[in-house]
Design a protein. Structure first.
Length: 304
């Protein structure tokens, strides 16, 4: 066990120092002249600025600058972005010997530094469809605020079971208002994207899909009105594909099976989390996008 811990710490220190080995300006004054100045108590190389005299390391002014166990943080990061299925917060905390709330805070920190970066470019035959995620108020303080000040804070809604399940009568007449739409777009070149939409209105769908369609694209979608309006306004070819046998493929090559596959992978990914809180849903979506790429972008974590 001691050898494993030492190896983990050494790998984390080497990874951080490799990112800070290039000459970079001082976080305080911006001067690039520096000299080695010992090591921090976590073993990271410390530098001293020749201009202002302040010391800094590869973690200074970074999102993990105040984390006292960078080796364990790197282990959490590898668990989230590795090839194997990520562990739950409790199991990962037990394996690393950490408090579950520490692992949770680190996971939220990774969410904050995983940004979308450049907008995904689509071309050729573009497939678009929506999947839905049930709204969740995990960690919400709505009822606490209501009980503390019932005169000014109204009670939050309390949906019934039929609002959440496909067996309920309301769901049989269509999706309930508690189902949050997630737009999924993919093309035949491998580009893909998930985007949470605030509502299911046609205007919202049109605003989300229109910037993604080049003038020479061919759009394949279901019969949602927002897609038809966008295609007509943009002057692009549009194929409506059904979800019943015999209507799933049009003209031999126009279908939405790629986005349907992404929906299945999303369901498999999100199921172990038992319905993430809606306020963190964008982080989970971006987390899935990074995992689907098969590699971690250089900007995912900045330690220097």
């Amino acid at each position: 066990m001691m050898v494993m811990n030492l190896r983990r710490k050494t790998e984390a220190i080497s990874e951080i120092e490799a990112r800070s080995s290039q000459v970079k300006p001082c976080p305080s004054c911006g001067i690039e002249h520096r000299q080695k100045w010992g090591r921090t108590r976590t073993g990271i190389q410390r530098y001293r600025c020749r201009g202002c005299g302040k010391t800094f390391s590869g973690r200074t002014a970074s999102v993990i600058g105040r984390i006292h166990r960078p080796d364990l943080f790197m282990a959490v990061l590898r668990d989230m972005l590795g090839t194997a299925a990520p562990q739950s917060v409790r199991k990962l905390a037990e394996r690393l010997g950490l408090n579950k709330y520490t692992v949770w805070r680190w996971r939220m920190l990774v969410f904050s530094i995983i940004d979308r970066g450049e907008t995904t470019a689509f071309s050729g035959i573009i497939e678009a469809d929506e999947t839905h995620q049930r709204e969740s108020r995990k960690g919400s303080r709505e009822w606490v605020r209501h009980f503390a000040d019932p005169q000014n804070v109204p009670p939050p809604p309390r949906p019934r079971w039929e609002d959440f399940t496909t067996k309920g009568l309301k769901m049989m007449r269509g999706l309930s208002k508690w189902q949050l739409p997630i737009l999924t777009v993919a093309d035949r070149g491998g580009a893909r994207m998930f985007q949470r939409l605030p509502n299911r209105q046609s205007a919202t769908l049109e605003c989300a899909i229109k910037p993604l369609l080049p003038p020479d694209a061919v759009l394949c979608s279901d019969g949602a009105r927002g897609y038809a309006i966008t295609a007509a306004n943009s002057g692009i070819e549009h194929f409506v594909v059904g979800n019943k046998p015999g209507t799933r493929v049009t003209a031999g090559c126009y279908h939405i099976q790629n986005v349907n596959s992404l929906h299945a992978r999303y369901d498999t990914f999100i199921k172990p989390f038992c319905g993430p809180a809606t306020k963190n849903l964008n982080g989970y979506i971006r987390w899935l996008e990074v995992r689907l790429t098969g590699m971690v972008p250089a900007h995912v974590i900045r330690v220097s």
